[in-house]
Design a protein around this ligand. Structure first.
Ligand SMILES: Cc1cc2nc3c(=O)[nH]c(=O)nc-3n(C[C@H](O)[C@H](O)[C@H](O)COP(=O)(O)O)c2cc1C
Length: 227
C-alpha cells in the first residue's frame, strides 16, 4: 500500500434509503481501515420522472412502479445530476450502489454507467457492485458488472441484499412500505414479512467492506481505533 490513503468512491441512487443504509455501514468500515471515502448520490432530474420520485411515501405506489416497466425493460436512460466529487477525484476503487427496478439497474444508475463521465471514472479502475432490492438481484448485478467493464473498469466483487419472504410476500411488503413509509405486519388483511433490508445486512456490509479494504492493501483494523 502506498503512504497515501486509498481513495474510495461510492456512486449510488436511492429513493427509500436502503442502498444508502448499506453504503453508510460500508463507509464506516472502510474508514476504520484507513480509506478516504466519498459518497456521491445521483439525482434523478429527468423531467418525465423526477416529480413522482421526489416524495416518499409514494402517493400511488402501484402506478409509480408500473410506470417504470417499459422504460426499464427497454433499458432507457434519463437525465441525471452527478456530484462534482465524481469528476474531481482520482479513485482507487469505485463502488456502485444499484437498486433493482424491474430486474435491471434503476434508470439513474444505468444513465450514469452509460455516460461519458463513467468512461473517465472507470478507466483502468477496480470497481465493485452493491445491489439492493426486494428479491431480484442477479440481472442487476450482472448488468452493472458488464457496463463497468465496458467503460474500462476492472470488476473486483459484488454483493446483493434482498428482503425477507417469498416472491409474493416480499412484493406485498414492499408495496405496503411504498404506500406508508412504515414497516407493517399486515397488508390488505394478509400477514406479510418485514420489508426492506434484513438484520443480517449490517454484518454482511461490513464483511464486504473488509474484503474490499483487503483488496486495496489496507492495513488490518486496530482494535478500538483506526488502522
Ligand atoms: C420502480 C421500481 C421497480 C422495482 N422493481 C423491482 C424488481 O423488479 N425486483 C426487485 O427485487 N425489487 C424491485 N423494486 C424494489 C427496490 O429494488 C427496493 O425498493 C430497493 O430497496 C430500492 O432501493 P432504495 O431503497 O435505495 O431506493 C422496485 C422498486 C421501484 C421503485
Amino acid at each position: 500500500m502506498s503512504a497515501a490513503r486509498p481513495r474510495v468512491l461510492f456512486v449510488y441512487f436511492t429513493v427509500t434509503q436502503q442502498t444508502l443504509t448499506v453504503i453508510e455501514a460500508m463507509t464506516d468500515t472502510l474508514r476504520t481501515r484507513g480509506c478516504d471515502v466519498q459518497q456521491a448520490r445521483i439525482e434523478f432530474t429527468d423531467p418525465r420522472y423526477a416529480d413522482r420520485f421526489s416524495r416518499f411515501p409514494f402517493k400511488h405506489p402501484y402506478l409509480l412502479v408500473a410506470g417504470m416497466l417499459l422504460p426499464q425493460l427497454r433499458h432507457a436512460t434519463g437525465q441525471i445530476r452527478v456530484p462534482d466529487s465524481v469528476r474531481e477525484g482520482d479513485y482507487d476503487l469505485v463502488c456502485i450502489g444499484s437498486p433493482t427496478w424491474w430486474l435491471n439497474p434503476c434508470m439513474p444508475i444505468r444513465s450514469f454507467m452509460q455516460s461519458d463521465l463513467a468512461a473517465t471514472v472507470f478507466a483502468g479502475k477496480p470497481f465493485a457492485a452493491i445491489v439492493v432490492c426486494h428479491r431480484y438481484w442477479k440481472n442487476n448485478l450482472a448488468t452493472v458488472k458488464a457496463l463497468g467493464i465496458k467503460k474500462g473498469g476492472k470488476f473486483v466483487s459484488g454483493i446483493h441484499f434482498i428482503a425477507a419472504g417469498g416472491a409474493i410476500g416480499s412484493m406485498l411488503a414492499l408495496m405496503s412500505y411504498f404506500g406508508t413509509g412504515v414497516i407493517k405486519d399486515r397488508y390488505l388483511g394478509v400477514k406479510i414479512p418485514k420489508a426492506n433490508l434484513q438484520p443480517s445486512y449490517l454484518g454482511e456490509s461490513r464483511a464486504f467492506a473488509h474484503e474490499l479494504a483487503d483488496s486495496l492493501g489496507c492495513a488490518a483494523q486496530i482494535e478500538g481505533g483506526s488502522a
